[in-house]
Structure formats: structure tokens, C-alpha cells
Design a protein around this ligand. Structure first.
Ligand code: PRX
Length: 664
């Protein structure tokens, strides 16, 4: 292969200080239609530029105005920002109630009897809850929690399925100033115990069970096991969802329905300080125990409210469906707080996307008239794998906007999403952000930005992304490096719960004065941002540092490949040899010829530099429960060793066993 095939598109020849070699060649541009632009909340590039310039040049003025316009305050703030690196305090002196911003302020308006939540359970049960009804339920539950002895500043763990009561529990805590920590319903007893103990929760709110692929997940049993080692927990509130018998600990456990029976639905929301902690959300670190990311009240609410309004172009008539579980930050920010603060109608679905058939989401979209759909690339690749016929059975004509979050979306999946789901009519917002950032940071605005498949494009208001090399120098456009954020933003994490030293070290020590996102990225010639994956996953092949996402994207562009994961294996000659794990689409078979074809395909797409040394076919890839591929495990398998590290966040251990058993 001639050397020019491994050169970097768009890259000036004098780029020498880059940290990562970027190999993507995607140039296609998709502009918003005039029709979309006309109705958009922000409909011109000039308007975006003007607001963006204001947000970074005079951030206090910009955020002060937005906070007054978008939030309802019980006591006005005196100072917009107090920034003592790396600790930010926003909207000092102000008081508000997050739950009242999501509920009470819509009462007495046209939204009062509008659906706040349209819920569909996996078995097919549907419930519509208006803003007035949701307010009632939250007030009642808040009163019940108070009667149980919960008070402002206490911690409560929420371990529930994707049911409306999950939002009720979060909002009731927020209303009281009780700090919630939501634990994803797929986590084990061990994970519950660690999290409850780390934040010393007084209360656990759970259910008897939840539905997943036609089976019951035994939530209460998991809680009971965890609670053998959690001395701080005084009570467990149990929602009856699935109805199977569960053990009950007298005095400690209370049924949700008993607890609220006869309890008043009147509750006056008190104002809490802007910086009062709203929630802790645990996110796994690459090593060690999970990090308790702490978000506070006003700044977080402002970040989620303003991004929901502009990124999702939210209108009163929208029916908005975000497929994330409330156990993840996406569920917090874009199922509960952002949409409800905007008075949106949120569609909430309890179960699996392939139950009873792999067209459940498309069926939901058609039956409920969903207009905005927000999901993850891992889900999109699964849909592609299940086959187009499941999509084609449904019209999807109500959709007007699509979103993607959680990992880089490979252009192949982007195009499929655009064509099959969006019918080439819906803009796609590929939103880059993190648990730590609280809200969307880099994203297209649907009425403004010409999108390019695979790029999350331009910074949102107030966000200043920088690509820097090892010396902290800016990498010119086209070159890859580490992604940092300059300047604080309202929805940023404030610290890690109980471990401020780790907060400083993890996020603020890579380069003094900058927030280190932990991702590798580059700007292209247009200034669009491309995230190529976690820095820890960058491969070093013959002196070139290559992001896994780009090689994976090349593999997925082959018609037979459903999903791919690329890892490095130590190699004496090259530093690292490339080992790829591939799952094939239905109808394609694994064979030695096929391996060769895929190796040649990557060499053609990227250059011989990236030709995989080894291709392994797999029925499935090991993933976390939030859908991220666990490359650490694949690395161990590729190196021929056994899987030793922590596997508690793994969705299905059988996947690992199957991969290990097929080792040569
Ligand atoms: O690596 C980036 C990737 O997901 C990481 C954040 O993960 P988490 O805290 O679990 O939050 C996920 C939901 C916000 C990031 O550091 N990531 C997230 N969105 C994108 C992405 N990578 C590329 N493009 C995205 N749109």
C-alpha cells in the first residue's frame, strides 16, 4: 500500500505535535432543510455565532440572563460565578427548588393537563400522567418520605425499573433537598452495597421487580442481599410492579402504596441554595472503585434545561422519547430534569428494544406519535444487525429529529439512522458529553448545523473545547490529541463525593487550568470536533497512535459487519498488534477467507498501517450494562490471558466465556 493511503485527510503537512493519528475520511455534509430551519428554536448560524460569542466572551452576562429566563427562583441570585479552580459555585445567593421548576411552575398554565409522562411497560401496559398528576404524586411521596424521617441533605438510593415512580422518587428527593443516587436496575447486590455505603444512604427505594425481555429482574432480592452489609440504611420502600412474592423485613421495609395511602398531596416546595447537592451518580473509573460524581441544583438544572430546548428543538407539541435508563446520566438529564423543566411530554419505556420482537421501538414511535428520538450508537448497530425489515414494517412518519449519545457513532451507523429511521428528513444531533459534564457539551443544533456523519460538530454555548498535545500545545486542525475543556460551565460536576483529591487528580491535573475529558479527539478543517474514543483505548501501532473508533468504523463499513471492537496486543516489532473482534450481520458466515477480506478492507479504507493482525469472530461482544464495549476484557483475551479484572459491570459474562473458549 503506498504511503499516501495512510496520510491524514485534511491535515496540513506541518502537523507534528499531534498525539493521535487520525484516519477518518468522512466529508459528507447534511444541511438542515429550509422547512426545519424555519420552525427551529434557533434557525441560523449567525444567531448561534452571536450567542456563542457572548457565552464565551461574557459568560456571566450570558448565563445570568439564561438563568433568569429559563429558571424560576424563590430567591434571586447575587453573583453568577465564583471560580476558584477547580471549584465552581454558580448563582450564589440564589434559591430555587428543582422539582418545582419541573412541576409546580407548569401548573396554572396550558401545560397543567398536558401529558408529562407517557409510560409503556414491557408487558404492554400504558399510563399517561399529566403534569398535575405528576405534581400530586411527587408531593404525596415527598410527604411520605418526610414522615419516614428523611430530611434535607440525607442520601437516598433509588434502584427501580424504568417506571414513572423512578421519576417521582427523584423529584420527591429533589423537592426535599434529599440527595438521590440512582443505581441502575441491572447492577448486582455488590454494586448496590458499594454505592449505598459510599454515600451512606438512609433509604433505598426499590420495586419487587422489573420486566426485561419477558422475564422478571428480582430487584428486591438484590437489595436484600446488599443490605446485609449496609449499616446506614433505615428503611426500604418497595414499589409493587411485577407482583411476585418478595421477602419483607418487618419495620425496615414498606410498600410504596401503603406509605402514600391517605397522605396529603399538598406540599410547599422550599427553596434550596443554588449549590445544594441534587444527586450523586456513580460512574466507573478505569481502575478502582466507582466515582461518585456530584451535581448540584441550579447550574445542573440550567444546563439540562437550555440544552433540551435548543439541541432537541423542543416544542409544546413534541413527544420526546429518550431510550436511556434513569440509572445513567442521560436518563437523569434527558428523561427527567431537562425535559420536565421545559414542560415536555416524555415517553418512557420500561423494557428491552427486542421484546417481543426487534421492532418494539418503531412500534412505540408509531403508536404514540413520537417526534424526537434519542438513543445510543450501540443500539443503532443492534437495529442494523436485526435487519431492515423490522424497521420497514412501520411508517415512523411522526419523527422529526434524531439524537445519538454515548460513544462515537460510526458513519455507517449514522447513514443507516439517517436513511432508515430519519427517512433523510430528520436532522441528527450527535451529542458529546459525560456524566461529569451533566449536560450536552458539543453537538449540532438541528436548525443550524450542517452535520457530518461521525462528528459531534460544534461546541454548545459556553463550552470551549481544546485539543492539546502532551506538552499542552494546541494541535492544529486535522491533528489528533487529548480533549480538554477550558472555562467552567454551570452543569459541571462539583467534586467526587467524599474524595475531592481524586476529583482534582482525575480531571484537573493533566494540564493545569483545564478540565481533562479523558477522550482523544481532533478538529477537522471546518473546526468540527471528532471524538475518537477514550485516551486509555488509543492504540500505538508502529509509532502511530490510532483511536479505536476509527478502525472500528472502517470495519463496520464492510457490508457483513454488525459490530467491531479493536484492541492492541503487545507486539515486539510494532509495539502493538491490532486484534479485532467482529460480530457479523445475519446471513454472513465466519471463515478464513472472510478474515482476509476484512483485513484487506481495513487496509483499503485506512491504510496498511491499520491492517488488523488478527480477526476474531464473536457471537457477541462484552459490554457494560450501558452498552459500552469493555475493551479491557478484550485486551486480556487478545493477549491470550484469562480475564482477571473486575467484571461486575459486565452485562453478560457468558459472552466472555464464549470468547475465551474459542481461543486458538
Ligand atoms: O468517550 C466519550 C463517550 O462517552 C464518554 C462519557 O461516558 P458517560 O459518562 O457514561 O456518559 C455517556 C452519556 C453522556 C465520553 O467521555 N461519548 C459520549 N457521547 C459521545 C461520546 N463519544 C463520541 N461521541 C459522542 N456523541
Amino acid at each position: 500500500m503506498p504511503a499516501r493511503n495512510i496520510s491524514i485527510p485534511n491535515q496540513p503537512s506541518n502537523v507534528t505535535n499531534q498525539t493521535i493519528t487520525s484516519v477518518s475520511r468522512e466529508h459528507r455534509k447534511f444541511r438542515p432543510s429550509a422547512e426545519f430551519q424555519r420552525q427551529a428554536n434557533l434557525g441560523s448560524y449567525a444567531a448561534y455565532k452571536r450567542l456563542y460569542a457572548e457565552s464565551v466572551n461574557t459568560p456571566n452576562k450570558f448565563w445570568g440572563r439564561q438563568a433568569k429566563e429559563l429558571l424560576t427562583w424563590q430567591k434571586p441570585f447575587k453573583k453568577v460565578l465564583d471560580w476558584k479552580l477547580p471549584h465552581a459555585k454558580w448563582f450564589l445567593g440564589g434559591q430555587l427548588n428543582v422539582a418545582a421548576n419541573c412541576l409546580d411552575r407548569h401548573l396554572g398554565t396550558a401545560r397543567e393537563n398536558k401529558a408529562a409522562i407517557i409510560f409503556e411497560g414491557e408487558p404492554g401496559d400504558v399510563r399517561t400522567i399529566t403534569y398535575k398528576q405528576l405534581h400530586r404524586e411527587v408531593c404525596q411521596f415527598a410527604n411520605a418520605l418526610t414522615a419516614l424521617g428523611l430530611a434535607k441533605g440525607d442520601r437516598a438510593a433509588i434502584y427501580l425499573p424504568m417506571v414513572p415512580e423512578a421519576a417521582v422518587a427523584m423529584l420527591a428527593c429533589a423537592r426535599l433537598g434529599v440527595i438521590h443516587t440512582v443505581i441502575f436496575g441491572g447492577f448486582s447486590s455488590e454494586a448496590i452495597k458499594d454505592r449505598v455505603n459510599d454515600c451512606q444512604a438512609k433509604l433505598v427505594i426499590t420495586a419487587d421487580g422489573g420486566w426485561r425481555r419477558g422475564k422478571i429482574i428480582d430487584l428486591k432480592t438484590n437489595v436484600d442481599r446488599a443490605l446485609a452489609g449496609t449499616p446506614t440504611v433505615e428503611h426500604v420502600v418497595v414499589l409493587k410492579r411485577t407482583g411476585q412474592p418478595v421477602a419483607f423485613s418487618e419495620g425496615r421495609d414498606r410498600w410504596w402504596h401503603d406509605l402514600v395511602a391517605g397522605v396529603s398531596a399538598e406540599h410547599k416546595a422550599k427553596g434550596h441554595d443554588s449549590e445544594h447537592p441534587l444527586f450523586i451518580l456513580y460512574t466507573s473509573g478505569s481502575t478502582g472503585k466507582p466515582k461518585g460524581v456530584l451535581h448540584t441544583s441550579a447550574g445542573y438544572l440550567l444546563g439540562t434545561t437550555i440544552t433540551t430546548k435548543y439541541v432537541f428543538d423542543l416544542k409544546e407539541t413534541d413527544i420526546y422519547f429518550c431510550t436511556a435508563d434513569i440509572g445513567w446520566i442521560t436518563g437523569h438529564s434527558y428523561v427527567v430534569y431537562g425535559p420536565l423543566a421545559n414542560g415536555a411530554t416524555v415517553l418512557m419505556y420500561e423494557g428491552a428494544p427486542n421484546h417481543p420482537e426487534p421492532d418494539r421501538f418503531w412500534d412505540i414511535i408509531d403508536r404514540h406519535g413520537v417526534t424526537i428520538f434519542y438513543t445510543a450508537p450501540t443500539a443503532i448497530r443492534a437495529f442494523m444487525r436485526w435487519g431492515d425489515d423490522y424497521v420497514k414494517k412501520h411508517s415512523l412518519k411522526s419523527l422529526r429529529l434524531l439524537g445519538s449519545v454515548g460513544e462515537p457513532i460510526n458513519p455507517e451507523a449514522w447513514m443507516w439512522y439517517h436513511t432508515l429511521i430519519g427517512k433523510k428528513r430528520c436532522p441528527i444531533v450527535d451529542t458529546w458529553w459525560q456524566t461529569e459534564t451533566g449536560a450536552i457539551m458539543v453537538t449540532p443544533l438541528p436548525g443550524v448545523t450542517a452535520t457530518t456523519p461521525g462528528s459531534c460538530t460544534l461546541p454548545f454555548f459556553g463550552v470551549v473545547p481544546k485539543i492539546l498535545d502532551e506538552q499542552g500545545k494546541e494541535v492544529p486542525r486535522g491533528g489528533g490529541g487529548k480533549l480538554f475543556l477550558k472555562n467552567p460551565w454551570p452543569s459541571m460536576l462539583r467534586t467526587l463525593w467524599g474524595d475531592d483529591e481524586r476529583y482534582k487528580k482525575q480531571y484537573w491535573s493533566e494540564l493545569p487550568g483545564y478540565y481533562f475529558a479523558g477522550d482523544g479527539a481532533r478538529f477537522d478543517e471546518d473546526g468540527y470536533l471528532w471524538v475518537v474514543g477514550r485516551i486509555d483505548d488509543v492504540l500505538n501501532v508502529s509509532g502511530h497512535r490510532i483511536g479505536t473508533a476509527e478502525v472500528e468504523s472502517a470495519l463496520v463499513s464492510h457490508p457483513s459487519v454488525a459490530e467491531a471492537a479493536v484492541v492492541g496486543r503487545p507486539d515486539e516489532l510494532k509495539g502493538q498488534a491490532l486484534v479485532v473482534f467482529v460480530t457479523l450481520k445475519n446471513g454472513f458466515a465466519a471463515s478464513p477467507q472472510h478474515k482476509e477480506e476484512l483485513r484487506a478492507h481495513v487496509a483499503k479504507e485506512i491504510g496498511s498501517l491499520a491492517r488488523p493482525d488478527d480477526v476474531r469472530f464473536a457471537a457477541a461482544l462484552p459490554k457494560t450494562r450501558s452498552g459500552k464495549i469493555m475493551r479491557r476484557i478484550l485486551k486480556e483475551i487478545a493477549a491470550g490471558g484469562t480475564v482477571k479484572g473486575d467484571t461486575t459491570t459486565l452485562e453478560d459474562f457468558n459472552v466472555v466465556a464464549a470468547l475465551q473458549s474459542q481461543e486458538e
